[in-house]
Design a protein around this ligand. Structure first.
Ligand SMILES: Cc1cc2nc3c(=O)[nH]c(=O)nc-3n(C[C@H](O)[C@H](O)[C@H](O)COP(=O)(O)OP(=O)(O)OC[C@H]3O[C@@H](n4cnc5c(N)ncnc54)[C@H](O)[C@@H]3O)c2cc1C
Length: 292
């Protein structure tokens, strides 16, 4: 049995979109193939007529700063993200997330666009980009549009764009300014399962006195989509970090997350415990988890 009949290598977004159009729904974009090929081989995705490999498209590899924003091509591999000085400076949480994905062989080919387009609730790259307040540029044959990452997911494996007609070209997010910092952490099973038991990314802006002026928190898996913990963020804004504010924040987190038991990874109770551990670590281990 053939899993695909043609393997196509377009040199531009327009060419790739034309190939998708000609495929009439039975062609599929492929980047590193580390999600898609497994899905096809393990029958979670039907065989396709054509695979359209977007990794030779120069526009999709560009990482650059323009004015007060950083742009990251959807075809950028995780190892290229890790090695990029601009991202090390402005997007520590993304660099950290990419550095933890798979092993070196996976990171050499797997892309940030593929991680997001796969739309898992705990994709490490998706969680980091959500905390960075990123937007994704989606191209169709007739237009290009920017979508906030928070609106890019409909549910597990369901991105909010049309995979048979559209391509995720690049991401953009604001540069890091004075007083701002980002962080990514996750807890994994020791071996065998690629997706985190729980991951968390934060972007924080603190005053010189240590007050949290603004914060963004992203968590997965905490529901059907990568979650922006907006109630928790609100409970922390304008406050100094101490055990009291962190306890309140953990309460808010427990309210707005939908944790579940998954047979291969962890129980709901363990994930609940990890919420307070990860949140405490974001603030230097202050908080209710201390001493455990
Ligand atoms: C051993 C192993 C370990 C892994 N570990 C982790 C881990 O620790 N954390 C984690 O989050 N993930 C992990 N993964 C999953 C995977 O490696 C990542 O999600 C990776 O970033 C996917 O990128 P890719 O380029 O390989 O995507 P592909 O497999 O090429 O594509 C994935 C999906 O996205 C679509 N797609 C890809 N690029 C685009 C685009 N630009 N526009 C539109 N659609 C697109 C494809 O059609 C497909 O549906 C692991 C996988 C393996 C095999």
């Amino acid at each position: 049995m053939n899993y695909w009949d043609q393997y196509l290598l377009p040199n531009s977004i327009d060419e790739a979109l034309g190939m998708l159009h000609e495929g009439k729904g039975s062609a599929k974009v492929i980047a590193g193939g580390t999600d898609l090929l497994l899905d096809i081989l393990q029958s979670r995705h039907p065989a396709v007529d054509a695979l359209i490999d977007i990794t030779r498209i120069p526009e999709m590899q560009v990482v650059e700063r323009a004015y007060d924003r950083i742009y990251v091509g959807g075809g950028t591999t995780h190892n290229d993200i890790v090695a990029n000085p601009l991202l090390q400076q402005n997007a520590h949480c993304l660099v950290e997330a990419s550095s933890l994905i798979g092993g070196n062989q996976v990171r050499n080919v797997a892309t940030i666009g593929g991680n997001v387009a796969h739309a898992l609730p705990a994709g490490d790259g998706s969680i980091a980009l959500l905390a960075l307040d990123a937007e994704a540029e989606i191209a169709s044959r007739t237009s290009r549009r920017w979508i906030a990452l928070e609106d890019l997911f409909l549910g597990p494996r369901k991105p909010a764009f049309e995979p048979s007609k559209e391509i995720l070209v690049r991401f953009r997010f604001p540069v890091l300014k004075a007083g701002e910092s980002t962080m990514f952490q996750r807890v994994m099973r020791p071996q065998g399962v690629a997706i985190a038991i729980l991951n968390m990314a934060t972007w924080t802006r603190k005053s010189v006195e240590g007050i949290i002026e603004d914060i963004r928190i992203a968590i997965g898996p905490a529901g059907p989509k990568p979650l922006r913990a907006r109630k928790t963020e609100q409970s922390l804004r304008g406050k100094a970090v101490n055990e009291g504010t962190l306890s309140e924040a953990v309460e808010a987190l427990l309210e707005e997350t939908r944790l579940r038991t998954s047979p291969h990874r962890a129980t709901r109770a363990y994930r609940k415990h990890l919420l307070s551990v990860l949140l405490g670590r974001q603030f230097g281990n202050i908080g209710p988890q201390r001493g455990r």
